[in-house]
Design a protein around this ligand. Structure first.
Ligand SMILES: NC(=O)c1ccc[n+]([C@@H]2O[C@H](COP(=O)([O-])OP(=O)(O)OC[C@H]3O[C@@H](n4cnc5c(N)ncnc54)[C@H](O)[C@@H]3O)[C@@H](O)[C@H]2O)c1
Length: 273
């Protein structure tokens, strides 16, 4: 009998809940969802009850780490770095969803992971094109432009919007909220721009990756367009994401991409770059 991978989820919101259900229903032969943790304890208990699995609701991150080999971070950009460090220091692998929260510290986390013989997985999230970007990055990448288009309500509670006095409810046509590099975009839109962080890590870094963020009242979906110019040619991709039913800020594809990463970890056949 094979040893099942023990997985713990930190953050039992939209993504955490979907991933928990997928682990229990789709990977039962290879993995066990051993632990859940959420700062709002009732969310973890509610999810554990719904799953009807032998999953322990943990009272702290440390408690969860003790019970797992692989931790999935699906919490929040503000706490992601601290979660990742604590997980890696204990030699556990981690899948990181709140990529915007670790972007300034990727090298540091990689060194820590290397030292502890652990792994960091960053799913492609709500974009496509990361596979080819990884491939062309072996040679020279000249340009990467990400254009993100979302309904204005997706930017609610963003400090940048508040500080500038932008009235999201008054936006009646496509409005560019931001144009600059990924470094600035990630700082200003940490919850909205995980994809910029992922692209930067996979490609040419935060300073060289260009980002445009557009508030578009006509769109109901989160749209991400990626344009790459490289030695191997020009690559364009566009995704019209359906929103997660429990969190309109989150694209459903982000959940599916994390499930695909889990499949790569758990199953012997690995497809794609
Ligand atoms: N990589 C991507 O493409 C991508 C796409 C969408 C969302 N995300 C990110 O994934 C994260 C989760 O998204 P979601 O839609 O599930 O959000 P959500 O708000 O639905 O759920 C987050 C959960 O995490 C809990 N939480 C917050 N801080 C915590 C902490 N320090 N410890 C434990 N639990 C904590 C909250 O109580 C909540 O239950 C967010 O940071 C989001 O920005 C990434």
């Amino acid at each position: 009998m094979i040893n099942k991978l023990k997985i713990g989820i930190v953050g039992c919101g939209a993504i955490g809940t979907s991933l928990a259900k997928a682990i229990v229903s789709n990977f039962a032969n290879q993995a066990e969802l051993t632990a859940l943790y959420d700062i709002k304890e009732n969310r973890a208990s509610y999810l554990a009850k719904k799953l009807k699995a032998r999953t322990v609701v943990c009272c702290s991150l440390e408690h969860l780490i003790e019970k797992t080999n692989l931790v999935i971070e699906a919490a929040d950009a503000g706490s992601c770095l601290s979660i990742a460090k604590r997980v890696l220091r204990k030699g556990r692998d981690i899948i990181i969803m709140s990529v915007g929260g670790i972007i300034d510290h990727v090298k540091q986390l990689e060194t820590l992971a290397e030292r502890k013989n652990a792994h960091i997985y960053i799913p492609s999230g709500a974009i496509c094109g990361v596979d080819s970007l990884k491939a062309v990055s072996h040679n020279k990448v000249k340009k990467i432009i990400l254009t993100t288009r979302k309904n204005p309500r997706s930017f609610k509670d963003t400090e940048y919007i508040r500080k500038r006095g932008i009235r999201l409810d008054k936006i009646k046509r496509d409005t560019v909220l931001f144009s600059g590099n990924a470094r600035q975009a990630i700082r200003l839109f940490p919850q909205n721009i995980n994809v910029a962080a992922t692209l930067s890590i996979a490609g040419i870094g935060r300073s060289k990756t260009r980002v445009k963020i557009v508030a578009s009242p006509m769109v109901k979906r989160n749209i991400h367009e990626v344009y790459i110019e490289s030695d191997a040619g020009k690559i364009s991709s566009r995704v019209e994401n359906l929103l997660h039913p429990h969190n309109p800020r989150t694209s459903f594809l982000a959940v599916l991409s994390a499930i695909a990463v889990l499949r790569q970890i758990l199953r012997p056949l690995k497809v794609g770059t």
